[in-house]
Design a protein around this ligand. Structure first.
Ligand code: PMV
Length: 341
């Protein structure tokens, strides 16, 4: 057998879903180690997937990364390469890797592509390097790639425990089948985000309202955790909606040090606000639906399974005027190997 063949480890493919934060992570205690200031709770979105294949090969002179069939911007390769280096350090390896990743959904619109991406990369990468990490170790490692990626490792509903290092990971709160919640994500033409979530985290403590948010979060976490476990939709929906507004109020009142011309961070687009109004109107008219928003203009609508068709009809009507596309999810699985390994 030739040397090149011997030095190529088998390729491993993993799949992961983006997760939707029900209680948001916003602000970091330690940026280098991706430690959050607060715990957070999420649900995986079954309707969107990232599929990533990793193969280590000593014949490569550098890491290679292809996203949706094309080489991404150098900064994205650098971020992936830094994560591969963490995996190499754990495995005691020096081989570079070829990474191919595909998203079933657009990036940069408020659906957490980096969460799904780093969860899939962590699982495929560690397995391809011959490691067999436990779920908690995988979650803590995924966190170093992108904080919220740690919550895409467990199946279903997850809680990210603050921790202080290796104990900062997400654990499962409930399995996907625990609650057939429906999440209807409405997104608009992808527009490059003016401010990344990284900058948003950094700027958050500059908001005069940030301390108040942190103080309230303990109660919010308890309420959302209990509402998930007891399948209490009304409590979950209203708490999650207010929690999303709290994050966006912090963003709007944050100062971005590098961009002093901005008075605050606005992730919303006009269509975002139009949908927020529509949700409040639909609820008044008897359709029990709630919204939440991550760091982007997409609006995630939560509804019980029995109201899914009614919501899709209402959304269809609204989209006639607003434009936009819809992605429907139920609570999704965690990261899993789908080929190789
Ligand atoms: O993981 P990051 O650094 O992309 O931050 C995610 C931030 C939010 O999506 C807005 C909230 C969250 O908890 O996912």
């Amino acid at each position: 057998m030739g040397e090149g063949v011997k030095s190529r480890l088998p390729a491993v493919t993993a799949m992961a879903h983006p997760n939707l934060a029900l209680v948001k992570y916003w602000g970091q205690r330690d940026a280098a180690r991706q430690l959050p200031l607060n715990a957070s709770i999420s649900v995986n979105l079954s309707g969107a997937t990232t599929t990533t294949t990793v193969q280590f090969d000593t014949a490569l002179e550098g890491d290679e990364f292809e996203l949706n069939g094309v080489p991404p911007a150098p900064a994205a390769l650098a971020r992936v390469s830094a994560h591969l280096q963490r995996i190499r350090d754990l495995a005691g390896s020096t081989a570079c890797a070829r990474v191919r990743s595909r998203n079933s959904f657009p990036a940069g619109i408020g659906i957490a592509s980096s969460a799904a991406g780093f969860a899939a990369l962590t699982l495929a990468g560690t397995r391809a390097a011959g490691l067999a990490l436990e779920a908690r170790e995988l979650s803590a490692l995924a966190r170093l790639g992108s904080g919220s990626a740690c919550r895409s490792i467990p199946d279903g509903f997850a809680e990210w425990l603050v921790g202080s290092g290796e104990d900062s990971y997400a654990v499962q709160l409930a399995k996907p089948e625990h609650w057939n919640l429906q999440i209807v994500t409405v997104y608009f033409d992808p527009q490059p985000k003016a401010i990344s979530s990284l900058e948003g985290h950094r700027a958050a403590p500059s908001s005069p309202f940030f301390e108040a948010r942190l103080q309230q979060l303990g109660e919010t976490l308890n309420t959302v955790r209990r509402a998930v476990l007891e399948r209490d939709f009304g409590t979950l929906g209203m708490t999650v909606e207010r929690e999303a507004l709290s994050l966006h109020l912090i963003a709007m009142s944050s100062r971005v040090a590098e961009q002093p011309q901005l008075s605050g961070i606005y992730y919303w687009q006009p269509q975002t606000l139009a949908l927020i109004h529509a949700v409040q109107r639909w609820r008044t008219e008897g359709l029990e639906v709630y919204f939440t928003l991550d760091a982007g203009p997409a609006v995630h609508l939560l509804v019980e399974a029995a109201n899914r068709a009614a919501l899709l009809e209402a959304v269809g009507g609204a989209l006639g005027e607003l434009g936009g596309q819809v992605l429907v999810s139920a609570p999704g699985m965690g990261a899993r190997v789908v080929a190789g390994g």
